[in-house]
Design a binder for this molecule. Structure first.
Ligand code: SF4
Length: 517
């Protein structure tokens, strides 16, 4: 393989690459039973980072030995037994904390090494896995959360997501990539998968082939956020659905073999694509796939940012799906059990997660909707949330994350609830809060992005503060938000946002969005 030669000859590999050369990240799975038997102190420090390949991070502070676990939920689709399994893990081992991430995954906290084998066993018996949810590997695949029930989808992508996910899951040919690698596959016309911010995205497209209208995909490559964000570039190709896996393998092979491994902060696929450009990337891709068809047309509509609130028609007559708000993506394990019970009692038992950190209950017969909505849990988990809490996103933050500079989840929730008391608007304003430039909370695409920093106050003490960014969107080819001057201490953040939003309210015309303002 090209990459093996490249690595062995390369004297400038970064430190992580040298560790990975000695031991593939997935091999940590062989060691976990031993560490579980012998306790946290038996894990050599230099192995800590490899736990990511098993979907495990040491939470803050690392020395305390508690793990965060991320579980893959491809396309956000979960069955009743999977939801019960996840709720059980959160309740038995994770102090009840159940977080939905901005890539439709589920996160637990407070796990101890002794508990991991049982957690793996439970996940496996439910057909779930945390393997590859973190690390330099293909992560969970983001998809259309209403795949298969979406009345407007170009076609159902459920089986394609499964095929691609299954291929890469625990695949040691692709478990040593230069960095994390994020994929989305969706035929939702409202770009529910946030295609432009993934490393590789399959997006809905139509092309007339030999006089026949064919549904398939366009391909975007090289998107990603963090401190140097890029919007993915669209290649001039059309992919028939049956070639999805082949193209996914080819792009991943290019990343594995040609992606940069010298400087870790320049190793994401986006840097290779930025250097090569779309034309050269397409040429390289066709070396693996043979000639591909040129682009068709995109039947895309206005971006919905992954929001599906309310009672909505499914493509199946007589059935509804219900979109609920989960404030800043955090549930309690007992709430998750209750949601699984309700979904099963009134519908099929399925639950779907969204990259807006919210959830969907599908397959509810029309006659059951009213009774379902009368369940007490839906006072908090609402189908019609207030506009700030309903569109607030927050990353994990200083509560658990080692890289965080500030508190995020609880602060974002309190600020959004306070803004809902102070100001009413006729359009939603999406506010995303992140605890550091890594941007897991995707602040660059928010109407208002809040990025945590440290600031020295007038008493010379270091305090938590935020930079404010405005005007992000994925409409009209996408635009990242722009930084406003200055930094705001956490104690003044609500008042500053209040002022900014009142300024918007005063000068906007009816129905005008924050992006258009
Ligand atoms: Fe942690 Fe930073 Fe990601 Fe937030 S954005 S979860 S603080 S790494």
């Amino acid at each position: 393989m090209v990459y093996e030669k490249h690595w062995k000859e390369n004297k400038k590999l970064n430190k992580t690459e040298k560790v990975k050369l000695e031991k593939d990240g997935l091999r940590i799975l062989d060691n976990i039973p031993f560490y579980a038997e012998n306790g946290f102190d038996s894990i050599p420090k230099e192995q800590w980072d490899l736990f990511k390949w098993a979907g495990l991070y040491l939470q803050r502070p690392k020395e305390d030995g508690y793990f965060m676990m991320r579980v893959n939920v491809p396309s956000g689709i979960l069955t009743k037994s999977q939801v019960d399994t996840l709720a059980g893990i959160a309740k038995d081992y994770g102090r009840g904390v159940f977080d939905i991430t901005t890539r439709q995954a589920v996160q637990f906290h407070w796990l101890e090494i002794e508990q991991i084998p049982d957690i793996f066993k439970r996940l496996e018996s439910a057909g779930l896995s945390s393997v590859g949810a973190c690390g330099d590997i293909t992560r969970t695949i983001v998809g259309n959360p209403i795949a298969g029930i979406d009345p407007d989808e170009l076609f159902d992508t459920t089986s394609l997501v499964k095929e691609v996910y299954d291929f890469f899951q625990r695949n040691e040919d692709f478990s040593n990539l230069p960095r994390k690698y994020k994929m989305s596959i969706s035929a939702n016309k409202k770009n529910a998968s946030n295609a432009e911010i993934n490393c590789i995205s399959f997006t809905p497209a139509i092309k007339v082939i030999d006089g026949v209208e064919t549904k398939g995909f366009h391909l975007k490559v090289g998107g990603g956020l963090s401190s140097r964000p890029f919007l993915a570039k669209t290649l001039d190709i059309f992919i028939e659905p049956e070639r999805t896996l082949e193209v996914a393998i080819a792009v991943t092979t290019i990343f594995r073999d040609y992606g940069y491994r010298e400087k870790r902060h320049l190793s994401r696929l986006k840097f290779l694509v930025a250097d090569w450009g779309a034309e050269k990337f397409k040429e390289k891709l066709e070396e693996y796939t043979g000639p591909l068809l040129t682009k068709g047309v995109e039947p895309t509509e206005e971006w919905n940012a992954g929001y599906f609130y309310g009672v909505q028609d499914q493509k199946q007559e007589g059935l509804k799906f219900l979109g609920f708000n989960v404030p800043v993506g955090r549930l309690d394990a007992d709430e998750v059990f209750e949601l699984a019970r309700i979904s099963s009692q009134y519908g099929s038992g399925e639950i779907r997660t969204c990259n807006s950190q919210n959830l969907i209950i599908p397959n509810i017969p029309e006659k059951n909707v009213e009774a379902l909505l009368a369940e007490p849990i839906f006072k908090r988990i609402s189908i019609n949330p207030n506009s700030f809490i309903g569109y607030a996103v927050a990353c994990t933050g200083i509560e658990y994350c080692n890289l965080a500079l500030v508190e995020t989840k609880e602060r974002m929730r309190l600020i959004a609830e306070e803004l809902d008391k102070r100001i009413q608007l006729d359009v939603p304003v999406r506010i995303h809060m992140v605890g550091c430039p890594n941007s897991c909370g995707q602040r660059q695409i928010a109407d208002i992005g809040l990025q945590g920093i440290k600031l020295r106050n007038e008493n010379k003490e270091m305090v938590e503060a935020y930079e404010i960014y405005v005007g992000g969107t994925l409409n009209d080819d996408g635009r990242f938000n722009q930084k406003l001057k200055g930094k705001v201490p956490a104690t003044k953040l609500t008042d500053v946002l209040d002022e900014l939003l009142h300024y918007f309210k005063k000068d906007k015309v009816k129905g005008e969005s924050f992006f258009d303002f």
